[in-house]
Design a protein. Sequence first.
Length: 111
Amino acid sequence: MTLEEAQKKVDEWIKTYGVRYFSELTNMAILTEEVGELAKVMARKYGEQSFKEGEKENIADELTDVLWVLLCIANQTGVDLTKEFTRNLEKKTKRDNKRHINNPKLNDDGK
């Protein structure tokens, strides 16, 4: 599925089942909440915290929740994520094409 197709599927779902989009501000708050849920799982899986009884390692689900809300916000604000992702990748490539390769902190021995 492309980003364009994903944006269309989200829009169709909202119009079919969701009644309407939440406001942009509400969706921003929901995005923050979803990123927090992802951070909690990451801290438990890769950090020093442990899972509480009944908690699950659901990184895929949490990442998808974040993506869902990002797609909603893109639709609401008229952002074509395919076009903008391509533009952003070109910007990063032009700006950073030597930056990371020449970063001694990223070499194999970690020094």
